[in-house]
Design a binder for this molecule. Structure first.
Ligand SMILES: Cc1ncc(COP(=O)(O)O)c(C=O)c1O
Length: 385
């Protein structure tokens, strides 16, 4: 008996949404775990491990792993205080990814439309398609600014949601509260993903949820807090919306280990401040070095990554990614993010990794270094993250 039903015999029993659209492509994660020798400058992870206090809390929780976790009430209260929100507004999730999927399932169905300014994180588009809804992709301006007029002109009676990302992955820039207020004004649900908030100094929109019940803010402890492997994120939403998200999400999706580690991380805000300082300092150092290089154009960023226009190098994005991989550095080309042209996105790594990246990029520009060759059939940079 085949283990996998390759014939698709059960397809006729499946809901059409199970077949709709391409799912989020996460192959790059396996690709990088199989190559731990490569510097991970591709998934916008935090480069340093959690603090000893966070690790100790997680290890202690492991000894109680025979028990189901609780709903994390104390953590939700602490997050509410930290984010300046009503405690009833906080919903925990297995990473913000779980909650982004839940809001797509709550608001979107066949024939509906979701407006998504692009380039951006690919997950909004994949989850929209999986609900058999239509992503209405609205280009950012040439300098990656939001085109509010264009977004509002694309609203129809089928529009059920607007997705925003601030700071935006992969461009790195952030939107203002005033821009957001304009988009909230007609009353449509607006989901703002603020995954990178702790990696820079972008404006937090969580407090605006009190006055705008159609605003849903997504936050995570994966990036600036450096806990991506633990999978803990949260939504900040009007209490009615928050209760609906809670109804629709899987109970116990956040493990006891994640709850305890997150609580310990949140109790040490000076450590978070150091982490933010580190990533901002390294990001600005990389940006300044790249800005001196006439063949590339780095974009200012409030995230833990720098988008780089490499069109002046005479190589394609895939060639640069391949060549850097030969130098031990894993980066991403940006096709899945709907970024046209020759761009790579570099996640800010450790000081040593960043130096290696700058040196390797410099070597690629030495005469005689240009060539064309596919390195791996499964393009390590093709997925989204
Ligand atoms: C914009 C954005 N949102 C969300 C995520 C995923 O966050 P989480 O780890 O909380 O699921 C990512 C990951 O790269 C991201 O870039």
């Amino acid at each position: 008996m085949p283990v996998v039903d390759e014939s698709g015999a059960l397809k006729r029993f499946m809901r059409p949404t199970a077949m709709a659209g391409d799912a989020y492509d996460a192959r790059h994660h396996d690709y990088s775990w199989q190559r731990r020798n490569l510097a991970r400058l591709m998934s916008n992870e935090y480069p340093l491990p959690p603090s000893p206090a966070v690790i100790a809390a997680a290890v202690t929780a492991l000894s109680e792993s025979n028990l189901y976790p609780h709903s994390g009430e104390a953590l939700r209260d602490a997050l509410a205080e930290y984010a300046d929100a009503d405690p009833r507004s906080i919903v925990l999730g297995n990473g913000s990814t779980e909650l982004l999927d839940v809001v797509a399932r709550i608001f979107l169905g066949p024939g509906d439309e979701a407006i998504i300014p692009v380039p951006t994180y690919a997950f909004y588009e994949t989850q929209t398609r999986l609900q058999m809804a239509t992503p209405v992709l609205v280009d950012l301006s040439e300098n990656f600014e939001l085109d509010l007029g264009e977004i509002r002109s694309r609203v129809t009676d089928k529009t059920k949601m607007i997705f925003l990302c601030s700071p935006n992955n992969p461009t790195g820039n952030a939107w203002s509260g005033q821009q957001l207020a304009e988009l909230l004004e007609p009353g449509l649900p607006v989901v703002v993903d603020q995954a990178y908030l702790e990696c820079g100094h972008a404006e937090s929109f969580a407090p605006m949820v009190r006055t705008h019940p159609n605003l849903i803010v997504m936050r995570t402890m994966s990036k600036g807090f450096g806990l991506a492997g633990l999978r803990i994120g949260y939504a900040v939403a009007d209490p009615f919306v928050a209760a609906t998200i809670t109804r629709m999400r899987i109970p116990f999706s956040v493990s006891l280990v994640a709850l305890r580690a997150a609580t310990a991380a949140l109790a040490d805000l000076p450590d978070l401040a150091h982490r933010r300082d580190y990533v901002v300092r390294e990001r600005e150092r990389v940006h300044a070095a790249l800005a001196k290089n006439p063949s590339v154009r780095p974009y200012a960023s409030e995230g833990n990554f720098v988008l780089i226009d490499i069109s002046g190098m005479g190589l394609t994005a895939e060639e640069v990614v391949d060549r850097l991989q030969e130098e031990g550095l894993l980066l991403r080309a940006m096709k899945a993010h709907r970024l046209r042209g020759a761009f790579v996105r570099m996640t800010v790594g450790t000081t040593d990794e960043n130096d290696r990246f700058l040196a390797a990029l410099g070597r690629l520009q030495e005469p005689g270094q240009t060539r064309s060759r596919p390195l791996e059939p499964a393009d390590a940079g093709a997925g989204a993250g």
